[in-house]
Design a protein around this ligand. Structure first.
Ligand SMILES: *[C@@H]1O[C@H](CO)[C@@H](O)[C@H](O)[C@H]1NC(C)=O
Ligand SMILES: *[C@@H]1O[C@H](CO)[C@@H](O)[C@H](O)[C@H]1NC(C)=O
Length: 775
């Protein structure tokens, strides 16, 4: 979304701001309950309207309403601040609300205050992803939508949430990488489907608890780098990368998550703005994936492709291109201003607009917005007492605990034993962090426990910031930090980043700790008399090679942006109340990686002729600080295979289905194979906790295809998280589907199954499967 600090589009934003102010006045100040959006039973008028009759199928109600609307009304309903239609008993509606990891007030549709002073703020998404726990993601979605419904009932929020952000975290510098579930398409796809199900209510059929939105479609993951910003960026993306990387989470979001909305992005893909590309919107999202819902622009993105990208000659053409491409809702005023003359010029018809309206109104009807009195509807009883409940805040704590990643633990220096410490020094610009812990696209938290407060619950603390802010420009406070390091029995350094370094519109310039942070860490470590524990609070990866190699630094934790309860979770991990089990959802590259990788290069695969090293663990073979999937525990886990098929035959429909992938192996098109359940192989893996502490273990399963020109190094195909008591064993059942998990994508974007020896990496066990074809 465009924030206030995007000044590229001042005119449009000003216009947007003006209309938004009008919209806000629709929200009643009282919080006992909102006026029904439409079909108010107290309004005698509405009884005669078929669109208000809940016994009539939704598509019939939608058509009835559209038939009653005038053209000017229709035009003012396809923008985020939709107007009221008083003659039909319909209120205005602000479509733009956000709930990335808690109800957020970033969108104008949601306001805190009065009976709703705050909401539960979960860890930032990149952190929650590190839990590799699908039920947790869904559970967070369920809680967030409870709070969202409660705030809607109180008149302070909408029902349409433009979350989650499921773009692939392709480049470590991306300021919005923190909002995403990381670099891996399988992980991002599972996250997308789980969170959306949680938000929308999994078992409610066609009814929606709230409407989620997967954004930003597609290949959008550059905000502002080296003079190129997202408003002007043309992402050159191969068919291969689109199919096996960028589109994967969106496809899962629509097909598995049944999401009610997809947002197109600011950037162009291969020379076309995504919001004006019928191939992407109409053919892919709605045609192939069968989106049941609406497609929305990123805020002002229609204006952006006209004003900044000069994609069309006239604004009417821009409006027409967007609608013809399949856009249903404009976040911004552009369509409200230019659609009328686009129709008068014959560039689009009123019927094109009707199709967009049908997609929008259907979602509103599925949300119950045309069902009259909200209090008599499902979720109608949710109110202020259902927000920030102790159960919700407990889940925020649980999420934070599950998301912390133990990167290094020399000589098992962690966990610390509180009874053996008199004082602990807590140092660093993030030591007493509050809002920093919730990252961006957040709201107002119910409350915070800072790292310092969390640690103080276990042991007496001495605190020094060491430097003012994460920018850490001066060393004048280092001395005081060294003094407490010399005195305290242990030191916890809470370093890292915040939104001044990585944010929307702000990509990072480097991967090192900012300013003099590195020097502070080294000096405090040198002065310390006890163990030194380094905590990195950040969304993106940080090159902390210096600390990895510093013998004075005992342990390193990545705490991400751990949410409102972050400090409690951090202390629980440090003192061993929680055994850490998080895993990195992205590669931690060394700083030197950046020199070879322009942020504008979208290629996932390396290019030997240019020296381009490729991206993510799937394609990049160079040195890393910590790899994708890395994460230690206070226990040690071992794996053994109890059941593991060694070969599988893929029935194919015709011989032409075979084509050479290399000289020695063949690859069958997935579309030519009989991909039924018989091609799902079952593996049984015994996970043993060899340690003396109970713990959770995440079993990651990667597949490695036979070497071939299309292949990745390896690909995550599944993950399973289990709790294993000390000294005991758990059997994990893993399904691997040949078509889904052993296929690769060729240069034309076609998925194929290479025949020959595939290797599965199941934890630290490698297992070979021979894939043949039969016909
Ligand atoms: C995953 O999350 C769920 C929901 O919070 C939780 O009940 C479960 O214990 C977690 N699983 C593991 C293995 O930690
Ligand atoms: C496929 O590979 C075989 C060798 O295994 C070779 O004889 C044949 O010409 C190749 N076909 C094509 C279309 O490249």
């Amino acid at each position: 979304m465009a924030c206030e600090n995007d000044n590229n589009n001042k005119g449009l934003l000003l216009a947007l701001g003006l209309v938004l102010c009008v919209t806000l006045s629709f929200f009643p100040r009282v919080t006992e309950g909102r006026v029904p959006f439409a079909c108010d039973p107290r309004n005698g008028l509405t009884r005669g309207f078929k669109f208000c009759n809940t016994h009539v199928p939704i598509h019939v109600r939608v058509q009835d309403l559209i038939a009653r609307l005038t053209l000017p009304e229709k035009i003012r309903l396809v923008v985020n601040n939709a107007i009221a239609v008083p003659r039909l008993g319909i209120q205005g509606y602000e479509w733009w609300s956000e709930a990335l990891h808690g109800v957020s007030n970033v969108g104008p549709g949601t306001k805190f205050g009065g009976a709703f002073p705050g909401a539960t703020m979960f860890p930032q998404v990149i952190s929650t992803a590190a839990s590799f726990n699908q039920s947790l993601w869904q559970e967070i979605g369920r809680v967030v939508s409870d709070e969202a419904r409660a705030m809607y009932n109180g008149g302070q929020a909408g029902l349409t949430y433009w979350s989650p952000n499921v773009n692939i975290f392709r480049d470590p510098r991306w300021g919005r990488g923190q909002e995403t579930p990381g670099e891996d398409p399988t992980l991002a796809a599972k996250y997308a489907a789980s969170y959306v199900k949680g938000l929308q209510g999994d078992s409610a059929g066609n009814h929606l608890k709230v409407a989620a939105c997967c954004k930003h479609y597609t290949a959008y993951d550059l905000d502002n780098w080296n003079g190129v910003d997202r408003f002007h960026f043309n992402a050159k993306v191969s068919k291969q990368d689109l199919e096996d990387t960028y589109d994967v989470p969106f496809k899962a979001c629509v097909l598995e998550g049944q999401v009610a909305s997809v947002m197109c992005s600011y950037n162009q893909v291969n020379g076309k703005p995504t919001c004006a590309d019928p191939d992407l919107l109409r053919n892919t999202i709605r045609g192939q994936w069968r989106l049941n819902g609406y497609i929305v622009s990123d805020c002002d993105s229609v204006g952006v492709f006209f004003d900044n990208q000069h994609y069309t000659k006239t604004p009417e053409e821009a409006a027409a291109e967007a609608i013809k491409a399949g856009l249903d809702l404009d976040c911004g005023p552009f369509l409200a201003i230019h659609t009328d003359s686009a129709i008068r010029k014959g560039l689009i018809s009123e019927n094109d607009l009707n199709l967009a309206l049908a997609n929008l109104i259907s979602v509103q009807m599925r949300l119950g917005m045309f069902d009259g009195e909200p209090s008599t509807q499902p979720y109608g009883n949710l109110g202020p007492r259902d927000v920030c409940t102790s159960a919700h805040q407990q889940l925020a704590l649980e999420a934070a605990r599950e998301s912390i990643v133990l990167l290094q633990n020399k000589g098992n220096s962690l966990p610390l034993s509180p009874s053996r410490l008199r004082t602990i020094g807590v140092v660093g610009p993030n030591a007493d962090a509050t809002v920093t812990m919730i990252g961006n696209y957040a709201g107002v938290a119910c409350g915070y426990t800072t790292p310092l407060q969390g640690i103080a619950r276990y042991v007496k603390t001495a605190h020094q910031v060491g430097c003012r802010g994460v920018a850490c420009r001066g060393n004048e406070l280092f001395g005081a930090a060294e003094t407490i390091a010399r005195q305290a029995d242990a030191i916890v350094l809470v370093m890292g980043l915040d939104q001044t370094v990585e944010a929307e519109t702000r990509d990072r310039v480097g991967l090192l700790l900012p300013g003099l942070q590195q020097e502070l860490v080294t000096r405090v470590a040198r002065a310390a008399k006890g163990p030194v524990i380094l905590l990195i609070m950040s969304g993106g990866p940080v090159d902390i090679s210096f600390a990895k190699n510093d013998p004075k630094i005992s342990a390193i934790l990545w705490v991400g942006y751990p949410g409102q309860a972050g400090g409690t979770a951090i202390a629980d991990v440090i003192f061993g109340t929680t055994n850490p089990g998080g895993r990195l959802p992205m590669t931690w590259y060394p700083q030197g990686y950046l020199a070879k990788v322009p942020m504008t290069n979208m290629d996932m695969r390396p290019n030997p002729t240019t020296g381009y090293p490729g991206r993510t663990y799937r394609f990049y073979k160079g040195p890393v600080v910590f790899p994708f999937g890395h994460g230690l525990s206070y226990s040690r886990f071992s794996h053994s295979l109890a059941l593991a098929p060694k070969q599988v035959s893929v029935p194919i429909m015709s011989l032409q289905a075979l084509t050479n992938s290399t000289l020695s192996s063949k690859a069958v098109k997935v579309s030519h194979a009989n991909c039924d359940d018989s091609l799902e192989m079952e593996f049984h893996v015994d996970v043993k906790n060899e340690g003396s502490m109970d713990g959770t273990h995440t079993l990651l399963i990667f597949s490695q295809p036979p070497h071939g020109k299309w292949s990745q190094i390896k690909q995550l195909v599944g993950f399973h998280k289990t709790h294993v008591l000390a000294g005991s064993k758990q059997r994990v059942k893993v399904g691997v589907h040949v078509c889904k998990h052993l296929s690769v994508v060729d240069q034309f974007g076609v998925r194929r199954i290479p025949t020959g020896e595939h290797e599965l990496h199941i934890g630290d066990v490698k297992h070979s499967i021979s894939v043949q074809t039969t016909h």
